[in-house]
Design a protein. Sequence first.
Length: 93
Amino acid sequence: MASPVLTRLERILDLEEKQGWRNRGVIGGLQALAERWSADASAEGLDPAQIDALVEGMRAYGAATPADRPALAAQIRRAAAGDYAPPKPPEPA
């Protein structure tokens, strides 16, 4: 079962799509939601690398044009589904 914060984000993206990618699915847009959502995701125990990837995507979505938002929404959905690149461990010296 998906985490409640991931389900909430998915529903917001569904609403964005229905509304024509206007960044009005939540008050202030996805970029305004990012900080509060990040705190909720941390409280639910999501991987910090996944949280970072999703927050980065939400902020980029807010700054993007409506024409670019569908691709960003797809990227956010992939990260929510677990397809994100956590930081690589440092190479041994």
